[in-house]
Design a protein around this ligand. Structure first.
Ligand code: F6R
Length: 366
């Protein structure tokens, strides 16, 4: 049932061109100029009038939530907060009946996320779920929602669910923005077009597997890793670090690149591998200066860059190219090489990739 792959995780990484397709199928019209997420359309008054959106989730789903915050604030101009469900539920948060709470959960069974949903519901908020497991507890507890439709995820490390969650959050933001009139026709159509191109682009990313496997050998015995990104790629950096931690047991931290100078740069020496996500976007130049600061302290830089990049590749020690897309979809494209890098390092270390120590696929304890 692993379909010829040595691990479910690798199979699930490879499924992503198809799962993104399954996720957008039926939600983009044939002409390719409209997005219809029915859960949003059915409740459009609620979304248009929402004073605030609060996203609650844990782990990888929380990382997807951070990208959702960028998307919704950029396109819908609704203030968004992203909270760890486990913190939210215990801190007596201010929630009103004009708030919308979006719960993101692959399994739909995470105890803390479910409890956050119940709490928000008791305060009168409208609850929207983004789940994978159909009919799961969280899906049933919400007022409405959208499934990510990526199929069962067996590997404990979440991969295809993450890219599916970000895809649904993109469609959600586009649907609300269109209804609210907060996005231009040009930007909307460009976003839809780029969304449709993602499956093909992910196939291109997967062609880099052999290169990433080779690269992974250099870092099998590293004790620490830092992952950097800015803007839409900052959550991708957090997610890359989490993948490495959970399956290879190597200590890794994700940081917004510009925060390095406020402390963590003290960690940099010639034994510190730094994964820098530096695809072309509105803060590309700034990211380059952050990478220069790392190189000046002799850090080993592995850069994830846009195809054809020369500036970053001239500075970095190693470069992995990914196809160009709009910056809003960058984390979908850049998270895949980071999944592969974590996977191969863990395999090199003979770790139990699909069932890492101390972890369970759904965390039903508080
Ligand atoms: C990381 C991972 C966990 C989950 C988290 C939330 O790879 O799998 O961090 O993302 O436990 O799980 P769900 O999304 O099922 O609520």
């Amino acid at each position: 049932e692993k379909g010829g792959y040595p691990h479910f995780m690798l199979k699930e990484i490879y499924e992503q061109p198809k799962t993104i397709m399954d996720c957008i199928r039926g939600r983009i019209n044939v002409e390719g100029n409209n997005v219809v997420l029915s859960g949003v359309i059915d409740n459009k008054g609620k979304f248009i009038n929402a004073s605030r959106i609060i996203i609650v989730a844990c782990g990888t789903s929380w990382h997807a939530g951070l990208i959702g915050e960028h998307l919704i604030e950029e396109f819908c101009r609704i203030p968004v907060e992203v909270e760890y469900a486990s913190e939210f539920r215990y801190r007596d948060p201010v929630i009103t009946d004009t708030d919308i709470v979006i719960a993101i959960s692959q399994s739909g069974e995470t105890a803390d996320t479910l409890a956050a949903v119940e709490l928000a519901k008791s305060k009168g908020a409208f609850i929207y779920g983004i789940c994978n497991a159909v009919g799961s507890s969280i899906a049933r507890a919400t007022d409405s929602g959208s499934y990510i439709h990526v199929g069962p995820e067996i590997g404990v490390a979440s991969t295809k669910a993450f890219t599916g969650q970000v895809t649904v959050l993109s469609m959600l933001a586009l649907t609300i923005a269109r209804e609210k009139g907060t996005i231009t026709k040009e930007k909307f159509e460009s976003m839809v077009k780029h969304l449709q191109e993602l499956p093909e682009k992910l196939k291109k990313v997967l062609e880099k597997t052999d290169d990433i496997k080779e690269l992974s050998k250099i870092f099998t015995y590293a004790h620490n890793f830092i992952y950097l990104g800015r803007g839409y790629n900052y959550p991708a950096a957090l997610e890359g670090a989490l993948k490495l931690k959970e399956i290879s047991y190597i200590h890794a931290e994700g940081y917004p690149a510009a925060e390095m100078k406020h402390g963590p740069i003290a960690l940099i020496d010639n034994e510190m591998p730094v994964v820098a996500i530096a695809t072309t976007d509105r803060i590309y130049e700034k990211t380059i200066s952050n990478i220069q600061e790392i190189k000046a302290r002799k850090g080993k830089v592995i850069a994830i860059v846009t195809e054809g990049d020369t500036l970053v590749c001239n500075i970095a020690d190693y470069c992995i190219e990914v196809p160009e897309t709009v910056e809003e979809y960058a984390p979908i494209v850049t998270s895949v090489p980071l999944q592969l890098l974590a996977y191969f390092i863990a395999v090199n270390k003979c770790r139990d990739v699909d069932q890492p120590r101390n972890l369970a696929k759904s965390v039903t304890v508080e």
